[in-house]
Design a protein around this ligand. Structure first.
Ligand SMILES: Nc1ncnc2c1ncn2[C@@H]1O[C@H](COP(=O)(O)OP(=O)(O)O)[C@@H](O)[C@H]1O
Ligand SMILES: [Mg+2]
Length: 411
């Protein structure tokens, strides 16, 4: 079932302060049939309100909702055919699992046999069919959540709405249950909206992600595209762990500067900008343009990061994930004042300083030979500086290599 949100808006009056809260602001989106949509954003951005309007529990202030071609904007919740699962999955404690799942069918015109058949079917689907005679307090958190999902599915909903369904589970169970939800959704092909504030959760199970901020949709895209092509600074910062490095920088004569470092070239007018660089966008390169005073090295499992300090960076901290750190300890420059890093051009984003919108220009870290001489001059200057930097680095490499190999041994 295709679900259409058409300029959906919800305004809550705030009587005390005499000001309104626009919880959802002009949300327009056509959800394709059978897809799993991740509705992602920080607490208070309007995710739950959106779900409540879709379920019929809250009335929109304006705008329309369509299920397929039917306008359901004012239809009562029980007539919409939605399954709803909340964070607090409130099962009836005095009923068995079977009775809990059956419950929503009791008020419907479904024969006892049919109700039981469906209950067993969904219990198998969520893999709790061996627990049907237990009471909720005899189940783990993950099993209870499966019962809640089964209870939502037994009505054979046209649309499944999940509001932070994994928040109450511990980390491992959360991972496992989200895979389960993905599998169940693929098997049933029911159009599903999954609300979460956890970007990793949304990235891992969604066909499409909707990023919201203060009631306003920021971007709707495939998970990888939201990460690789953020529309604005907020989106770039909301996705990714560790988070993107954000610097204040400038574009001058088609050169992008962070401090004195000319890190890239682009065809945009002179202006102050925010420069976003993903942690994995750095690479150790003695000819690299980005100079990073090193504070520490973090070796964690497969990833190792260089933590450095730059005044232009948000909170002054820069994190660079460099994957050849362990294999090539001699490349590590910890303990010295500075390391030179290259930056992958597709990992650099430029944002307008005022609007924080992405500046959509091609970014290059090297110049083609036939480009203006004016630009090439800087490259030459830079490489001279690098040569001298390279010399001083060599001495320290030996010391540091020893340090790092000690760190690796200790692990
Ligand atoms: N019943 C309500 N009355 C007044 N304000 C509300 C009500 N429900 C939600 N809000 C406000 O609307 C905004 C969005 O809330 P909500 O949809 O619950 O956010 P989320 O689920 O993304 O955390 C918040 O600012 C919240 O305080
Ligand atoms: Mg909520």
């Amino acid at each position: 079932m295709k679900v259409v949100l058409d300029k959906l808006t919800k305004i809550f009056p705030n009587k005390k302060k005499n000001e309104e809260v626009v919880a959802v602001n002009n949300f327009t989106f056509e959800i394709p049939d059978g897809k799993l949509i991740g509705l992602l954003g920080p607490s208070g951005c309007g995710k739950s309100t959106t779900l409540y309007m879709l379920s019929g529990l809250q009335k929109p202030s304006s705008g329309k909702i369509y299920f397929g071609d039917d306008d359901v904007t004012t239809l009562a919740p029980e007539k919409r055919g939605v399954g709803l699962v909340f964070q607090n999955y409130a099962l009836y404690p005095h009923m068995t699992v079977k009775q809990n799942i059956l419950f929503p069918l009791q008020n419907q015109k479904v024969s006892k046999e049919e109700a039981l058949r469906r209950t067993i079917e969904v219990a198998k689907l969520v893999q709790i069919d061996e627990l049907l005679d237990r009471k909720p307090n005899e189940l783990s958190g993950g099993q209870q959540q499966r019962v809640a999902i089964a209870r939502a599915l037994v009505k054979q909903p046209k649309v499944l709405l999940l509001d932070e369904p994994l928040s109450n589970l511990d980390a491992r169970l959360r991972l496992q249950t989200r895979e389960e939800i993905r599998r169940i959704q693929r098997e049933t092909k029911v159009t599903t909206i999954f609300v979460t504030h956890d970007q990793e959760e949304a990235m891992s199970i969604s066909d499409l992600i909707v990023v919201m901020k203060k009631g306003v949709v920021q971007q709707i895209d495939h998970p990888q595209d939201v990460y690789d092509n953020p529309k604005n600074l907020f989106v770039s910062k909301f996705l990714g762990t560790p988070p993107i490095n954000v610097f204040t920088g400038v574009i001058k004569d088609h050169k992008v500067f962070i401090g004195n470092d000319n890190i890239a070239f682009c065809d945009a007018p002179d202006q102050e900008v925010y420069v976003g660089i993903r942690p994995e966008g750095f690479a150790i390169d003695k000819n690299g343009p980005f100079k990073l005073p090193v504070k520490s090295i973090e070796v964690m499992g497969r990833d190792s990061s260089i933590i450095g300090e730059r005044d232009e960076a948000e909170n002054k901290i820069v994190k660079a994930i460099v994957n050849d750190l362990i294999d090539n300890p001699s490349k590590v420059f910890a303990g010295i004042s500075e390391i030179s890093l290259g930056i992958k051009e597709h990992k650099i984003f430029l944002f307008n300083k005022e609007t924080e919108e992405r500046i959509n220009v091609e970014i290059k870290t090297t110049l083609a030979d036939n480009k203006e001489n004016k630009l090439n001059k800087v490259t030459t200057k830079r490489s001279v500086a690098e040569k001298s930097a390279g010399k001083s680095e060599k001495k320290v490499v030996r010391k540091t290599a020893k340090k790092v190999s000690n760190v690796v041994k200790e692990k």
